[in-house]
Write a new protein. Structure first.
Length: 245
């Protein structure tokens, strides 16, 4: 409960802070590179965690995770803001929320994007929670193979995020639809074919599709929201995460 409450503050603040660091013109590329930065550790961290879990147990994995979080805190604390970060007087929390919801209700693009991402959170992201069942019951493998599967999906995620960062801004809506179809098809293949080697290949497509539709969804939201309401819209997106568990 404490971790979930903490993320409710971290998520919107981090996303709304990006334009102040890089400027609005580079915002889309920054979001895509942020997704790439999240995907990069996924290449080796799950496999390493699975190996450490098998050798020394969960305690070692948790201690290393705590060390990583402290290191991330130090890096975040050292960030220097480049933008002006204008402060404005706000009428109050309830009025703030009401204004944000009113803004969302009058913006069809934002409503469509948030609804799409809500469906992704409900029906796609939970796959990672089910992967251990797939590893044990369908592939008849040990826990270490779970880490390898997630690492392989990180390859696809990293490739998708870098691709979004370097491609031109046009047609990103069509790219998001294509990523959604790729994600759906790869999920079906993963559930249908009981061969571990095939699962490894399909997990690349799973990572590519997931990174594509998620990063593009956030990029399109930030492109279609004004500076004043960005944090509130990203707060609604973070709230949708609470639906997933």
């Amino acid at each position: 409960a404490l971790q979930g409450t903490t993320w409710a503050f971290i998520g919107p603040a981090r996303q709304a802070y990006i334009p102040q660091l890089v400027g609005r013109s580079r915002m889309s590329n920054a979001v895509a590179l942020l997704a790439a930065g999240i995907s990069l550790p996924a290449l080796f961290a799950p496999a390493l965690a699975g190996t450490l879990y098998a050798l020394w147990g969960a305690e070692t994995v948790y201690l290393l995770q705590i060390a990583g979080l402290l290191f991330a805190f130090g890096l975040t604390y050292s960030i220097q803001e480049n933008g002006s970060g204008n402060s404005i007087d706000r009428p109050g929390m309830i009025s703030d929320i009401r204004e944000g919801l009113s803004y969302l209700s009058h913006n069809t693009k934002l409503r469509t994007l948030l609804t799409t991402l809500a469906f992704i959170l409900l029906f796609s992201i939970p796959l990672m929670s089910l992967l251990p069942v797939l590893v044990v019951e369908q592939y008849q493998m040990e826990v270490g193979f779970y880490g390898i599967l997630v690492s392989v999906s990180g390859v696809g995620s990293l490739f998708g995020a870098v691709l979004i960062a370097i491609l031109p801004k046009g047609k990103r809506g069509y790219m998001m639809i294509g990523a959604l179809f790729l994600s759906g098809v790869s999920h079906l293949l993963l559930a249908s074919i009981p061969y571990a080697l095939v699962g490894l290949v399909v997990m690349i497509a799973v990572g590519l599709g997931s990174s594509g539709h998620w990063a593009l969804g956030q990029v399109l939201i930030m492109d279609n929201v004004d500076d004043k309401h960005r944090a509130r819209i990203m707060s609604i997106l973070t709230m949708l995460f609470g639906l997933m568990p």
